[in-house]
Each structure stands twice: as C-alpha cells, then as structure tokens.
Design a protein around this ligand. Structure first.
Ligand SMILES: C[S@@+](CC[C@H](N)C(=O)[O-])C[C@H]1O[C@@H](n2cnc3c(N)ncnc32)[C@H](O)[C@@H]1O
Length: 384
C-alpha cells in the first residue's frame, strides 16, 4: 500500500486527501476494507450497530416488512399484485446485517420473504465473496450489483434502499480557510522520508473518485464552497479552520435517489445534522483514524491498516436526494428512531417476538445517548 501511494505521489508531487483515503481504504488488493473482513466488530478496529448483535437487523426487518406491505398494496391497487419488491443494502461488508434481516424475515414474516429480492450493492468482488458465503442459505433471494448503473439497468428499485455507515467511509476533500487571503485552500498529502505528511495543494482539486465509481462526475470544489449554505460565514472563520467536503457522497446519494422508483431511501451514519458543519469546537475538522477501537493521532500513518472516516454532512445529502425528487420524511437521532420502532414491536410481540434480557441490553447500546443513540443519525427520504 505504501509503495502504491509513494509511486503515485512521486509521479504527481502530492495527492488530495480524498485520493489518499480512496487508495488507503479501497485499493483492490491492499485497501483497508478489502484486506480482512474482521476490521469491523469486536476483534477489529471499530464497532457498528451491527456488531452490537442481531437486534439492529431484527428491528430493521420489522420496519422494512411494514414498508414493503404498503408497497405491495400499492402494486395491487395498480393491478400488479405480483410485481417484485426489493430491499437494497449498500456497503454490506461481510453480510452480517443482511443475514440478521433475512433471518428475522424468514422466521417472523415468512409471507414477506417470497415476495422480495434482497439486492446487495458492492463494487468489490472480494467482499461479494464474503457475503455469498454467509448468505448461502438465502441464495435464491439474493442478487449482487457492482454499481447504480447495473441497478438501473435491472429496472430500478421498488421498495427500500439503505446503508449503514457507508457515507462516512467515503473519501473526503479537506479544505482550510486562509484568513489573510480570504480564500479556501486544500490540504493534500506528500511524502517526507518514510512518512506521509500533510501539504498545502497549489489549487483546489477536482473530485477524484476513479476507484469508487468511474462514472462519478467531476465536481468543482470551489463551486461547492461558494454554493454551501454557510458560505457567508467564511470571512469570520479563524485562520486555518478545516472542513471536509464529500462530493462523492452527494453524487452517490443522488444516484441512489434516482434508482428508487417508489419507496424509501435511508442511511444510518454519524455526522452534522444541521448548520453545525461550521462549529467552534471543531476547528480541525472531523477526519479521524481508528485502530483497535482507539482513535489514532496520525491519520496518515500506515495506510491500509487503519480506518479513516469523517462526519457526514446530512444537509448536503438531504439536498442531493431532494434534487432527485425525493421527499424527506425524517432526520433524527438513531436513539429516537429505534425507540419508535421498539414501541410498535411491543404492541406486536406475536410478530416481533418477546423482548428478553439480551434484546434489552442490545437496545440500550443502540439507542442510549452515551452509546450509539446520539452519535448516529438516520435520514429517511421517500418517493411516493
Ligand atoms: C464502515 S463499513 C460498514 C459495514 C456494514 N454496513 C456495517 O454496518 O457493519 C462500509 C462498507 O461499505 C463498503 N463500500 C465502500 N464503497 C462502497 C460503494 N461505493 N458501494 C457499496 N459499498 C461500498 C466498504 O468497503 C465497507 O465494507
């Protein structure tokens, strides 16, 4: 990994942070998310809601079945009672969440399973292999896609498209405010001896996302900075104030939105939910690296062996979905979102199953503000 990055930097001098992150996380041979399926979870570098236990998938299964019932009724009203419905999971990693959802549906809503197809969107053949292994029991119901173009060719989605902690793993550009010149500049990465260090790039770069999705439109960061809702705050920012821009996440969400013919599009992520993109407590931005469940000081150290992530800008993502014609139904903390579902499951224990001690313990971790309840948010958009 280090050789690959060194060679690219030697060729062009320095690379934008987004390119460094893209290679470090997704280079097909040595990228962090390609290397080893156990990077997520107890034995890995960070937890997600999925690593807490099967409850997260069970609650999503319950909620998705309700939504799919409504989609099925709509199809019936339109004279197409047998038209297929889809659940599309993007960024399924080792397939654990898919397995939790499908297990719950098979056991508690066996009427739903024959009516749906579970589609997994994952560009990596290696990860698809892990997922196929885990989901072999559900093979007739599962189908894989490498990008949105393939999903659109298959006719698009009627049902649900969702992702858990995917947008916060997309590569970001890192820009900083230069107060004396009243201008933004971009932080890039170069080599110094055997280390990688931050360096000021001579100009704002274009969005580079060749590995992520070759069809990604090149967007001009300068334009994004000028068009943002907080652009007018820039002149009063302290010198060096850092922000991350994630044009790829906005582009990706727009593609997801356009692939949704009818139903819901949702994501669980941590990030900025309001205007707090510019926050006095975060003058150095939100880019972080994790290893063995600890934050690592040197984000650029040992690329490919540690996770790198940044807050999602939910305002920008919401806007991208609305531009593609979706309505925003909810943007709430994960705690509140899961509590609403839990209340309905308690009125329907015959469907959901009993709330035994282990489920209660997992629910507390998923929803308590001191655990995952406040740090994660849920954005739900829909097309009727
Ligand atoms: C932070 S992990 C989340 C894993 C899983 N969703 C969970 O909750 O445990 C993000 C996953 O999305 C995958 N991924 C990255 N880019 C993707 C893309 N363009 N489309 C689909 N999945 C992608 C990553 O490789 C990784 O497996």
């Amino acid at each position: 990994m280090e050789e690959i990055l060194r060679e690219e930097i030697a060729r062009i001098g320095s690379v934008p942070c987004a390119r460094f992150m893209e290679v470090a996380l997704y280079q097909p041979e040595h990228g962090y998310y390609e290397r080893d399926r156990t990077v997520v979870g107890q034995r890995g570098d960070f937890y997600t809601s999925v690593s807490v236990g099967p409850l997260f998938g069970q609650m999503l299964g319950f909620q998705f079945a309700e939504w799919l019932d409504a989609c099925g009724m709509r199809n019936a009203e339109r004279g197409q009672p047998d038209a297929p419905l889809q659940i599309v999971e993007a960024g399924a990693h080792d397939g654990q969440l898919a397995e939790d959802i499908l297990n719950w549906l098979a056991r508690h809503r066996p009427d739903v399973l024959p009516r749906i197809e579970y589609w997994i969107l994952d560009p990596s053949l290696r990860r698809q292999g892990w997922q196929r292994g885990r989901l072999s029991r559900f093979a007739p119901h599962v189908r894989w896609f490498a990008n949105w173009a393939e999903i659109q060719q298959a006719g698009g989605v009627t049902g649900i498209i969702f992702a858990n902690e995917l947008l916060d793993a997309f590569p970001v550009h890192r820009v900083a405010w230069r107060a004396a010149e009243q201008q933004w500049f971009e932080w890039g990465v170069r080599t110094a001896g055997d280390r990688f260090i931050w360096t000021r790039l001579p100009a704002l770069h274009l969005n580079v996302s060749a590995l992520m999705d070759p069809s990604a439109a090149l967007s001009n960061l300068d334009e994004s900075l000028r068009a943002s809702s907080w652009a007018s705050l820039a002149p009063v920012l302290p010198d060096g104030f850092i922000l991350e821009l994630n044009p790829f996440a906005e582009f990706w969400w727009g593609l997801a939105a356009r692939s949704l013919r009818h139903g819901k599009l949702l994501t669980f992520d941590y990030g900025h939910t309001t205007t707090d993109v510019i926050h006095p407590d975060k003058p150095h931005g939100t880019l972080r690296a994790y290893r063995d469940h600890h934050q690592v000081d040197d984000i650029l150290a040992s690329p490919g062996t540690q996770d790198i992530t940044a807050h999602v800008n939910f305002a920008a993502i919401t806007h991208a979905g609305e531009r593609a014609g979706l309505l925003t139904s909810e943007l709430v903390g994960q705690g509140r979102y899961l509590t609403n579902i839990a209340q309905r499951t308690m009125q329907q224990t015959a469907v959901f199953g009993e709330w035994h001690g282990e489920r209660v313990r997992q629910f507390q971790t998923l929803s308590h503000p001191d655990h995952l309840g406040r740090s994660f948010s849920v954005l739900v958009q829909e097309r009727s």
